[in-house]
Design a protein around this ligand. Structure first.
Ligand code: ATP
Length: 511
């Protein structure tokens, strides 16, 4: 009792600080401490919110962010670049999910930013309940790009990842873990190797929901993996076209960089033209032209329908995949470059494949879409002749396909250039049209080369006229000798030569 009394007396004693009593001073100190803690907490919360908003507003062309807000099972980073490798390791060391269906995908989206959501939903419209086959714009299940600059002529495909969580509002971007892809490819088994390119090995795989995929494991050679990865993602991550291979997602884990594509089941054009099937005729003429036309449409889309335009930089036969209906699927965007509408060209290191690279780009390093047009011309000549663009096994004047072609056409021997493995030769007119389109594309003067939309039109006109030809061949036995194209140096006016063909057609069909 007496000790309580002395404590009271002690607490009630006046202190030297403003003459306040001791208990008042203690109370003040405690209150100050609480206020301080609250301040620190609120500063921390504000800082966290702000950094989250920054991460949510990365441009579409960048690798999409994976927000913590919507995730299927694991913790995901805000943006891949923001995290040191050790963080990826931590994330991926988490135990695998018990339910693989839900473990497969991370959504690259954030609920928390309504502005971002509405901006993106004006670009993409998802319709649910689709089939795994590609669909035309507007067909059930199609993912339709409504943005005017993205809706040009391209058929779009439905997501084949049925049964998996919805794809991100960024329009693409399933984030696979290394484990997902190990399971899909039987731990990257040798028997699943589809082929090896300059930048990595491609494996065939099957996702847990049954979707067949091709997994490109990019070699980690001095940062090239990162460049290749970003180039592919920037070029085709958010575009859809019936004739472009579809990029379904990616894997970033430690030093691993992998890209996951739709699996295209009928080989590539190089295998069809130069592989073992070629002795039996390989691809018939019509199939070759269908593949070529599809490739032209894909390039027209990349060059003229999207902003920034995409220059592929490595158009060649092994990069033209073929499906079971002989639709072309342009692949391998590892060297692709983006070109803004205000840029006539960009200066870049000369890359590509020998024999396909445009001379002005090889000489100066200045690149624009006309370089792809040149490579496309070489590809078309390859499809017509069945020859490699450069073949040192041939006589000196035949080593370079383009030069040989010009010689042959100049010498009125165009008929002789057709692939000898073709059992049924193309109609004369179809052959001439293909050759003239190709020669215009390989014009040494880049600005004289046609745009890819013009190429598409010329090839489509040919498709129409070959159908007519076949009808006429049945009713009329008159032989049509190939008329020589006098000037084929490439610098001459190739349009006139196409016009020559038109008059030739009028003569032979009596139209
Ligand atoms: N989505 C896919 N579906 C089926 N096969 C594919 C797919 N993507 C690539 N391939 C095949 O994988 C192999 C390797 O392809 P990749 O594009 O890596 O190399 P490449 O084009 O042969 O050579 P490089 O990369 O040096 O130009 C090729 O045979 C290609 O046909």
């Amino acid at each position: 009792m007496s000790s309580n009394g002395s404590l009271d007396a002690h607490l009630s004693k006046k202190t030297s600080f403003l003459g306040l009593k001791l208990w008042v001073l203690i109370g003040l100190c405690v209150a100050l401490f609480i206020v301080l803690i609250l301040c620190i907490l609120s500063v921390w919360v504000t800082f966290r919110r702000r950094s989250k908003r920054t991460a949510d507003t990365y441009p579409l062309s960048q690798i999409p962010n994976v927000s913590k807000d919507i995730k299927i099972d694991r913790v995901g980073p805000q943006s891949f670049q923001d995290y040191p490798e050790s963080v990826f390791l931590t994330i991926n060391e988490k135990p695998a999910n018990k339910n693989p269906d839900t473990a497969l995908v991370h959504l690259a989206t954030s609920k928390s930013d309504p502005d971002n959501l509405s901006q993106c939903s004006s670009v993409y419209h998802h319709e649910r309940g689709f089939s795994s086959h590609s669909g035309e714009v507007g067909s059930p299940g199609a993912i339709q790009k409504n943005h005017s600059s993205l809706s040009y002529g391209g058929l779009v495909t439905a997501s084949p990842l049925i049964g998996l969580p919805e794809i991100s509002h960024l329009g693409w971007g399933h984030w696979f873990t290394l484990r997902d892809l190990e399971i899909a490819t039987s731990r990257f088994a040798a028997e699943n190797v589809l082929g090896e390119g300059g930048y990595g090995v491609v494996y065939r795989g099957r996702l847990v929901n049954g979707t067949e995929v091709a997994v490109k494991k990019i070699l980690n050679n001095l940062g090239q993996a990162e460049k290749e990865f970003r180039a592919e993602v920037d070029a085709i991550g958010h575009v859809r076209h019936k004739n472009l291979v579809r990029l379904l997602g990616y894997c970033i884990e430690g030093v691993n960089r992998m890209l996951v594509y739709e699996y295209v089941n009928n080989g590539n054009l190089e295998q069809w033209l130069h592989g073992s099937v070629r002795q039996n005729g390989g691809l018939i003429w019509e199939a070759r032209m269908k593949v070529i036309l599809g490739t032209a449409k894909a390039l027209a889309y990349l060059h003229e329908a999207i902003e920034p335009k995409v220059v592929h930089r490595d158009i060649k036969s092994s990069n033209i995949l073929i499906d079971d209906e002989f639709n072309a699927k342009v692949s391998d965007f590892g060297l692709a470059k983006l070109l803004g509408s205000n840029e006539s060209h960009i200066a870049t290191r000369v890359m590509g494949t020998f024999g396909y690279v445009a001379p002005e780009y090889a000489n100066t390093g200045l690149l624009n879409e006309k370089s792809d047009v040149y490579s496309f011309g070489v590809l078309l000549l390859e499809a017509v002749t069945g020859r490699d663009p450069v073949d040192y096994g041939r006589p000196a004047n035949e080593v370079n396909l383009v030069e040989w072609l010009k010689l042959m056409v100049g010498a009125r021997r165009a008929e002789e250039v057709v692939d000898p493995n073709l059992k049924i030769k193309p109609a004369t007119r179809a052959l001439k049209r293909a050759l003239l389109v190709a020669l215009r594309c390989v014009d040494p003067e880049a600005n004289k080369r046609p745009k890819m939309t013009q190429v598409v039109r010329m090839l489509e006109a040919d498709e129409y006229s070959s159908r007519e030809d076949r009808r006429n061949q049945r009713s009329c036995t008159t032989s049509t000798e190939i008329e020589p194209v006098k000037e084929v140096s490439g610098s001459g006016d190739m349009k006139n030569k196409v016009d020559d063909l038109e008059s030739h057609r009028s003569k032979t069909t009596g139209a």
